[in-house]
Structure formats: structure tokens, C-alpha cells
Design a protein around this ligand. Sequence first.
Ligand code: CU
Length: 319
Amino acid sequence: MRRYRNLLPVSIALATFALLFASCSAGNPDNASKTATSTVTPSPTQTLTVIPRPQKILDLMKARGEQDEAKPTLKIVSPEKDGVINGSTVEVKLNLSGDLKGYMPHKDPATGKGNHIHVILDNQPYEAYYELGQPFELRNVVAGKHTLRVFPSRPWHESYKNEGAFQMVAFTVKGGGDASKPTTTNSGQTMANNNSGASQPATREGKDVSASTAGEVDPSKPLLTYSRPKGEYKGEDSDPIMIDFWLTGAKLKGDGGEYRVRYVIDDDDAKYIDKWEPIWLSGWINGKHTVRLELLDKDGKPVENGGYNTTSREISVVK
Ligand SMILES: [Cu+2]
């Protein structure tokens, strides 16, 4: 009996060891998927930080000479202010002038990059317009009232912010494109023109646009025009990512005014931009992200202007 009593602590120890071993193996990642059916894998968290203007861009600026001190001004020749366009294709024609210091929109065929104009129909993501010698076509525009906003941009999509760079017109489309038609890709192909019948050369710059109409925008009121980021960011372009916008009729706090720009990435806490210049955010993780920009008044309330002062875009990051 005494012998067995001596063995008892040993068998408890053995049993404990066996239990420990069992629980360890249950915690093994290979088994976790079989046993832990109710566990949701938490998504990795993203911590974004504002970083200074990247060296890569400083180098580009240096290589461009004086171009970044240019004061390019635009005039919208077409569509005319309050003009009426018959058919679904809107030809955008612009005049570029001002103190250009060598600034000229053009896509370098080798790199696919270059100075360009950001063209914004209603409050859709901008389209890049490179060769001003021929019109840019907005295709499949639906009937109704629309707005067009344009401003010059650099190859890295940072806008020029001088007086006269930004222009905006309202116009109306009669007839128009098929609103039920899905947006097609910007393959550069000219889609069937549903009104004029005359097919355009496929080389013409343009975009089949999504169905949208103008907001009730008052150009005399403060207006925040969302520019970047948009679309897909790949490889070395995926971090950092620049936020850039155009402001009319509103001066930010840090520039001696009273307005602020609030930005929210995904479901993160709101952050603020108090100077009208681009910011670069670093720390993006792969996947889709939402970027929201809003113009706030001195009381921290969103400034209403046709719905354009609060804009969300989905971007995707592929590192
Ligand atoms: Cu751009």
C-alpha cells in the first residue's frame, strides 16, 4: 500500500503532463482550423503616419528645373459654360497659358508618365488628360446637368495650386448615354457612339464615364475637390500614398483661414489637414482601403456644397 501511495504523485504528474501535451497540440496552428471553428482571424491593423515629401519626388522636382514654380492657368473652351450638348460624348477642350516655365502636359511613351490635366466629371474620380492638342472625350455621359472641373497636375499627380489653375463649368447633356450601361474599362477603345454614328479614332484620349449628374454646386461657395488618391497602387508606388485636393473659396487654418480638411482612412480616427498642400501617408497594408475627405467650417461642421465637399474613394494597395 505504501508503495502505491508513493506512486500516486507520479501518476498525477504523468496525467498533468499528458493534459498539458494535449492542450499544447490543440493550440498547434495545424489543428486550430479543425477545432476552433468560432475563431475569426483578426485582420492585420494598419498604422499610418504622415511623412515628409519623399526623396523620390524631391529628385523628380530637381530634374524638372523650374517647372514646379510654374503658374499654369487653364480655360475651358468646351464644354461652354451653361452650354447644351446633344449626344452622349462631351468633348473637353482646354487652353493652357500662364507662366509655364516649361510645364507642358505630355505622356512620355517610354515611361507612360508625364505632366497632365486632371479632368473631373461631376464628383467622379478624375481622368488624366495628356495631349491638349486634341480634345478629351467623356463618353456615355447621361442626360442631365453636369459639372466639369479641371486643373493641371504633375507626373506624380500633385496638382498646381496657383490662381487660375482650377476651372469649373456647368453644362447640360440632352439625349445622353445609357444610364443602365455598366462602366467599361479605360481600355482606350472607342465605344459605339450611340448618337452621332461617326466613329472617332481609337487613339483619341477619353473615358467611358459612369452615370452621374451634377450636384447642386454653388461655385461661389467653399469647394473641396478630391483629387488623390484613386485607383490601384502597386509595388513601389504603394507606399507612401499622397493625399491631394483642390480648394476654392476656403482658406485653411494653417494658411490664415478658418477651415479644416478632415480625412478618415478606413475606420480609423479622423485626422486633419490644416495647410493646403499634399500629405504623404506611410504604413499601408495590402487590400482595399477607403479614403474620405471633408471640408469643415470653423465649428468643425461639414460645409455643404452639392455633396462635393465630402468625398469617399476606394483604393487598392498591392505591395
Ligand atoms: Cu494625375
